[in-house]
Design a protein around this ligand. Structure first.
Ligand SMILES: Cc1cc2nc3c(=O)[nH]c(=O)nc-3n(C[C@H](O)[C@H](O)[C@H](O)COP(=O)(O)O)c2cc1C
Length: 299
C-alpha cells in the first residue's frame, strides 16, 4: 500500500530521526537517510554562517532527502534562508507560529512538517500550510510542546486533519511503530532511540546514563530553563535534579540547557541529559541503519 508520508517526502520507510539540537548532526542524518528513512539536522542554535556547510555536508553524504529543524521560540528566518539556499528539501518547525516560515520554505520548494500538541493546533498548522504534522506526545524526550500522551494525541490529530500525521514520543521499537500505525499515523518520529546510534556524537557519560536508565528515570519540568525559560522538557534524573528537589524545588533556580556532545567539558552527569520515557526500551548502541531496520519491522 502506498504510504502518504513516503510519497510526500520521497522516502522509502516512513520513519523520521527526530531533530535533537546538535546531537542530530550530518553524520547521523545522512546515515538515517541512506537507510531509507528521513534524517534531520537540528539547526536552532547553529551560527548562521555554519549552516551552509552542515547542510552541504549532509547533502554530500546522502543523495536522499533529509530535513532541517528550527525551534520558533526565536526568529529563525535567517537560519531558514541559509538552510534553503544550501538545498535543504524538508523543513521541520516547532514551538511558535509557523506561517511565515512555511511560506518561506514553500517558496524554495521544500516540504514542511509542523509539531503540534493538540487537534486544534493540528488544524491551525494545516491552515498555515503544513504538508504534514508531527503529533508529539508528553512522554517525549527533550522539549515537550504539549501535555497529551501519544496514545490519545495521535488519533485525535488523525481525525482532525487530512495531511499525513507523524507520531512522536515514546516510540523506540517495532512495537511502538506498529502501535502508532494502528492509531492512524502515517509515520513514526523517533528521538531517544537514535541518541544511541553509533553515528550520534554525544558524550560517553551521557550515553552510559541512557543505557542504564529505566522508564521511571526521567524528570519533566522547567529546571534546565537557562536560556529558554518556561519551556517544559524531559531529561534523565541526575544529581542536579536530586539536589534541586532536596532544596524544596525552588521555582527561581534555573540551570543552563546544555546538550553534552562528545567534546563537552565539565561535570557531564550534572548537565541536562535529555531523554524520553522510551529510554527504558533502549538497550544498546547500534548503527543507525540497524535501528531503522528494526523500527521498520513495525510496518
Ligand atoms: C536530546 C534531544 C534533543 C531534542 N532537540 C529537539 C530540537 O532541537 N528540536 C525539536 O523539534 N525537537 C527536539 N527534541 C524532541 C524530538 O524531536 C522528539 O519530539 C522526541 O525525541 C520524541 O520522543 P522520544 O525521545 O521518546 O522518541 C529533542 C529530543 C531529544 C531527546
Amino acid at each position: 500500500m502506498p504510504n502518504p508520508l513516503c510519497e510526500l517526502l520521497a522516502i522509502e520507510t516512513p520513519i523520521v530521526q527526530a531533530p535533537m539540537g546538535g546531537a542530530a548532526g550530518p553524520k547521523l542524518a545522512a546515515a538515517v537517510s541512506n537507510a531509507g528513512a528521513l534524517g534531520t539536522l537540528g539547526l536552532s542554535w547553529t551560527p548562521v554562517e555554519e549552516i551552509g556547510r552542515l547542510v552541504a555536508g549532509t547533502r554530500a553524504a546522502t543523495e536522499r532527502p533529509f530535513g532541517v529543524n528550527l525551534v520558533l521560540e526565536w526568529d529563525q528566518h535567517e537560519r531558514l534562508a541559509a538552510a534553503l539556499d544550501a538545498g535543504a528539501p524538508v523543513v521541520s518547525l516547532t514551538w511558535g507560529d509557523p506561517r511565515a516560515y512555511v511560506e518561506q520554505a514553500h517558496a524554495a520548494g521544500a516540504k514542511t512538517l509542523v509539531t503540534v500538541g493538540s487537534a486544534a493546533e493540528a488544524r491551525d498548522a494545516v491552515a498555515a500550510g503544513a504538508d504534514a504534522v508531527v503529533a508529539q506526545g508528553w512522554e517525549a524526550g527533550g522539549h515537550v510542546w504539549g501535555g497529551v500522551s501519544t496514545l490519545v494525541l495521535v488519533p485525535v490529530v488523525v481525525d482532525a486533519v487530512d495531511v499525513p500525521v507523524i507520531a512522536a514520543g515514546g516510540i523506540a521499537d517495532a512495537r511502538g511503530v506498529a502501535a502508532v500505525r494502528a492509531l492512524g499515523a502515517a509515520g513514526a518520529w523517533v528521538g531517544t532511540r537514535f541518541l544511541l546510534a553509533e553515528e550520534c556524537e554525544i558524550h560517553p557519560v551521557y550515553r552510559d546514563r541512557l543505557l542504564a536508565a529505566t522508564e521511571t528515570d526521567t524528570f519533566y519540568g522547567t529546571l534546565f530553563g537557562g536560556g529558554w525559560e518556561n519551556a517544559p522538557h524531559r531529561v534523565l534524573r541526575n544529581s542536579t535534579v536530586e539536589a534541586w528537589e532536596a532544596a524544596g524545588s525552588p521555582a527561581d533556580v534555573l540551570h543552563p540547557a546544555l546538550l553534552p556532545l562528545a567534546d563537552a567539558d565539565g561535570e557531564v552527569e550534572a548537565m541536562s541529559l535529555w531523554a524520553g520515557q522510551s529510554v527504558g526500551l533502549v538497550r544498546e548502541v547500534q548503527p543507525a541503519a540497524a535501528i531503522v531496520r528494526e523500527l521498520a519491522a513495525g510496518f
